[in-house]
Design a protein around this ligand. Structure first.
Ligand code: IPM
Ligand code: MG
Length: 370
């Protein structure tokens, strides 16, 4: 059936290809049982694209992504690419997509499923019921700001440098998303920087404060230094509702938050841009926070749940299918009570692989749809 939901699928490398294959089974289920169709195209990215075309992202695939309503992304990278030039590394494909599509708002929800409270390395009472949202700025700061590079200073000395620069509009637009998210959740926004040592942090705090005064009616804004935030995330993570922070701090803090949920294999993400004036949809890419995990790739060991939940975020944020997104999230939760991949294995559960976990989610969907 023809569909006006144009989705570009980029499995990438390593376990990215496996969890994406698993995701296709969920898509098939929705087509069959919910008449929810997608116009799917598939492309290469990362190491797979480098192997085929000598670049981690071709202009054609980038153009297809820009022309789609949403991009569903797996993972990129692998040790065989470690010695490639900076611009040819698999990660560059991902970063180019983020930058070229201007996906500045990266939503990383860390949610502890009841079934998984004991999978976390933290005590049950610290993580049980946890539901926080890390909002990471994704197009600026030390990932992209100029100047950056490695210079030869002569006498055998070289200098490598990146710049953590943010302009007021860049801070404002991510701050606005933060306020909006806090409004839809529990009304609390924590803005995270290092205003004690960084000029970019001083400006970040100033702009957030002004924006909040102008547009944050009813939202409680607080400020926190990034190092303290890392500590608070493992000490008492339930104090947070929405955390808004820059690109680099967001990268670090979201890995930290992932482990509260039990495994990096449980954290989905949505990367959103401005609304397209024609479709009314935000430019969007959905990807699990985990990487390509080359050490377990190809062995039917990968946890596909972060990929499924990223797809669920796509249903919610790009296609306004909240009921289907809720259904899938519920099925993920239900499946966890029966089967577990190795990363979240617990006593009394049956250990399974990517295929088995996928089958358990499909089973749960069947059950819920009855
Ligand atoms: C992430 C990843 C990426 C990043 C890598 C793969 C480039 O760690 O999405 O958190 O650093 O942003
Ligand atoms: Mg990361």
């Amino acid at each position: 059936m023809a569909s006006n939901r144009k989705v570009m699928v980029l499995p990438g490398d390593g376990i990215g290809t496996e969890v994406m294959q698993a995701n296709m089974k969920i898509i098939d289920w929705l087509a069959k049982h919910r008449s929810l169709d997608f116009d799917l195209s598939e492309g290469l990215v990362g190491g797979a694209s480098y192997d085929a075309h000598g670049t981690p992202l071709t202009d054609e695939v980038l153009a297809d992504c820009v022309a789609s309503d949403a991009v569903l992304f797996g993972a990129v990278g692998g040790p065989q690419y470690d010695n490639l030039a900076f611009d040819l590394k698999p990660e560059r494909g991902l970063l180019t997509l983020r930058k070229e599509m201007d996906l500045f708002a990266n939503l990383r929800p860390a949610l502890v499923f009841p079934a998984l409270v004991d999978a976390s390395t933290l005590k049950r009472e610290v993580v049980s019921g946890l539901d926080i949202m890390i909002l990471r700025e994704l197009c600026g700061g030390s990932y992209f700001a100029e100047p950056r590079g490695i210079d030869d200073l002569g006498d055998g000395i070289r200098k490598g440098y990146d710049t953590n620069a943010y302009t007021t509009p860049e801070i404002e637009r991510i701050g606005r998303v933060g306020i909006d998210l806090a409004r839809k959740r529990h009304g609390r926004l924590t803005s995270v920087e290092k205003a004690n040592v960084m000029h970019s942090g001083v400006l970040w705090r100033e702009v957030m404060t002004e924006l909040h005064a102008a547009e944050g009616n009813g939202i409680e804004l607080s400020h926190m230094y990034a190092d303290n935030c890392a500590m608070q995330l493992v000490r008492s993570p339930k104090q947070f509702d929405v955390i808004v922070t820059d690109n680099l701090f967001g990268d670090l803090l979201s890995d930290c938050a992932a482990m509260l949920t039990g495994s990096l294999g449980m954290l989905p993400s949505a990367s959103l841009g401005e609304q397209d004036p024609d479709t009314g949809l935000p430019k969007a890419m959905y990807e699990p926070v985990h990487g390509s995990a080359p050490d377990i790739a190809g062995q039917d060991l990968a946890n596909p749940l972060a990929q499924f939940m990223s797809f669920s975020m796509m249903l919610r944020y790009s296609f306004d299918q909240a009921a289907e997104a809720d259904l899938l999230d519920q099925a993920v939760n239900d499946a966890l009570s029966k089967k577990r991949t190795g990363d979240i294995m617990a006593a009394g559960c049956e250990q399974t692989g990517t295929d088995g976990m996928t089958a358990a989610v499909i089973d749960a969907l069947d059950h819920l749809a009855r």
